[in-house]
Design a protein around this ligand. Structure first.
Ligand code: FES
Ligand SMILES: [Fe+2]
Length: 613
């Protein structure tokens, strides 16, 4: 059951196997310098080193190693490659700046800041030309995404001359394009292992010197790689990227927020601590990773329970009938790695062979203060339709996203307070003074969180990282303070807003939109046929009675058959079922997780765990 798919559980890392297949498109940067980028990726990929660390027992090593972390020196995942179309511009946002992304006819990805140098309209509202240029919808200016240059202004780009025969000849008059129209708004972009990555921190030269996007080692699934297919998922969330990543790196919450016992293998306990816990710089000091390894057996459910419930044998987990007589296989290592600032990978590794059997991959795009894009991938023996993944992902994420929203309101307000105090102390009056604000370190999380659980060792380290580095996020200080002053953190937004699947998932996934369209169509067609049949039956009954008295022509055999009760009843039942199923499926793509659902989930906690027994 390596790659099982269960409707109940998008229990991400903790249940499923998630991974990428490395693609040959790996490292094309803006359609240029592919070989250079590839070279960087291969020589400095920390994943290669990690594969070795995971299979050996290592001593615990800890060093702060993030004092100089610079968010502007990193690539950011922003959209799955399969969600980018070559004829439609796609809008993405990183650190509160909008970008427009598309594919060129040659398959490379290009990106620009999402505004037109004419009058500032968003290029993402426009279209892609046949040549692969972004064309503004307002007055039709076109831009080359690989350079950012304006390449065509319809109103002035042609001039008319007479050719040798005295006929009108139209010639390109590129010299008339003003230099201000070419504002160098292109952003380095590449497709790496199925994901589009942007480098908003500078030009191509700087991008090629930056740590490459984290890679899944190509030999990770050596035994399976020919059979596995990747299914990706995405959801936009009104949650800050730091809070969402801390949530992903916190397996202790699985038993409660998700009522799932599958998380327990990644937790630590008093009796079973981390085998290794490594926090270190990578990529010549530009990157930071946190890596841990632990025995992948149940801790809260078994080890801790045995300590606190020695006399309550009845509350021990029930062994399945099928388990009787079987020797339990040795638990693998559960490994966890956070690659700052946006990637988390969790694997399960065979203790003897070192072979990785499971990998769980998460990518979080820092859309802006209080906003992020969650992206993950599943790997299975068959292609799981994305439209099926989406409702499961949504059910899973709904369970704790609102909790994160309640946490976020307090946390971002505290961060704003801490920032204001630190700016005052350093006499920084201008919230746009990014250079000086970068030097401030906050204590928002370290001061306000209490982290005593053995697993919290991860959280404690990660929260230190956020405290030390978040002031260096581009645009964060000014947006955070503006939001705080606008009252955005005075109360938690409504459940309907925080968990709005339509805008967060349906609107950004073509597969889901297709399913919803088909659901609506199925509902419409089944309703029309059912009404027609019902009306026909009534008409038929009336005409039969009339025919009996007036001796009119008997109906055709087909009509007789259709309106026979033995056909009509099952037909109407089938139509009703089709309508109900389509309606039920359609509802999955809209807001669902009401207070009623939350209360029902809360009842599962004592059933699944042990606290009330
Ligand atoms: S604003 Fe884009 S062409 Fe005018
Ligand atoms: Fe969660």
């Amino acid at each position: 059951m390596i790659y099982c798919f269960s409707l109940n559980a998008y229990e991400y890392a903790y249940t499923y196997a998630y991974a990428f297949r490395t693609t040959s498109k790996g490292s094309s940067v803006n359609g240029r310098s592919r070989s250079t980028a590839r070279h960087v990726s291969q020589t400095s990929d920390p994943a290669v080193t990690n594969a070795v660390i995971e299979t050996t027992t290592t001593a615990t090593a800890t060093s702060p190693a993030f004092e100089n972390f610079d968010y502007e020196e990193h690539w950011y995942p922003c959209v799955w490659e399969e969600d980018v179309e070559s004829d439609v511009p796609t809008k993405v946002t990183i650190f509160d700046v909008d970008y427009v992304v598309s594919k060129t006819p040659s398959g490379d990805v290009v990106a620009m800041k999402d505004y037109c140098t004419h009058k500032g309209a968003a290029l993402s509202e426009g279209r892609m030309t046949a040549k692969g240029y972004f064309q503004c919808a307002y007055h039709g200016w076109s831009f080359d995404g690989s350079t950012g240059d304006c390449v065509e202004i319809p109103q002035i780009v042609f001039q008319t001359k007479k050719d040798g025969d005295g006929n009108d000849a139209h010639q390109l008059q590129s010299a008339t394009i003003p230099s201000r129209a070419c504002a160098n708004t292109a952003v380095p972009a590449q497709i790496h292992q199925g994901m589009v990555w942007l480098f908003p921190g500078g030009g191509l030269e700087k991008a090629l010197l930056a740590p490459p996007p984290p890679s899944v080692p190509e030999d990770l699934f050596t035994n399976h790689s020919n059979d596995l297919k990747m299914t990706t998922a995405v959801r936009d969330m009104p949650i800050d990227f730091s809070i969402l990543l801390s949530n992903i790196c916190d397996p202790d919450h699985g038993l409660f927020a998700h009522q799932s016992t599958n998380f327990d293998m990644y937790t630590a306990s008093l009796d079973c601590g981390f085998e290794s816990f490594v926090s270190e710089e990578t990529d010549g000091g530009k990157g930071w990773t946190l890596r841990t390894k632990i025995d992948a057996k149940d801790k809260m459910l078994e080890l801790d329970r045995s300590l606190r419930e020695t006399t309550k044998a009845k509350s021990k987990p029930k062994s399945k009938k099928s388990d009787k007589g079987k020797q339990k296989p040795e638990s693998p290592w559960a490994t966890f790695r956070f690659y700052a600032p946006s990637h988390v990978r969790m694997n399960r590794v065979n203790k003897e062979t070192g072979e990785t059997k499971f990998a769980s991959l998460f990518y979080v795009c820092p859309v802006g203060v209080g906003r992020s894009r969650f992206m993950s991938a599943t790997l299975s023996g068959f292609k799981i339709p994305r439209w099926l993944i989406a409702p499961n992902l949504n059910n899973f994420l709904d369970q704790d996203t609102y909790l994160l929203a309640t946490q976020q309101r307090r946390l971002l307000a505290q961060e704003a307070d801490g920032l204001r105090a630190a700016m005052k102390e350093k006499k920084i009056d201008d919230r746009n003074d990014a250079e000086r604000i970068k030097g401030l370190a906050l204590k928002t999380r370290t001061k306000n969180f209490t982290l005593p659980s053995p697993t919290d060792k991860i959280s404690a380290r990660l929260e230190q990282f956020w405290d030390a580095t978040l002031t260096r996020c581009p645009n964060r200080a000014k947006h955070l303070l503006n939001l705080d002053e606008s009252g955005a953190f005075l109360q938690t937004p409504s459940r309907e807003f925080v968990l709005d699947r339509k805008t967060q998932s349906l609107d950004i996934s073509k597969d889901s939109r297709d399913v919803v369209r088909n659901c609506k169509r199925t509902k419409r067609v089944s309703r029309v046929i059912a009404i027609a049949l019902a009306l026909g039956k009534v008409a038929r009954t009336v005409t039969t009675k009339t025919a009996a008295t007036s001796r009119t022509t008997p109906p055709l055999a087909f009509v007789k058959f259709v309106f026979k009760t033995s056909f009509l009843a099952p037909a109407l039942t089938c139509l009703f079922l089709a309508f109900s199923l389509a309606a039920k499926l359609e509802r999955e793509y809209y807001f669902k997780y009401t207070d009623k659902y939350r209360r029902a989930d809360m009842k599962k906690i004592p059933e699944k765990i042990w606290l009330d027994k």
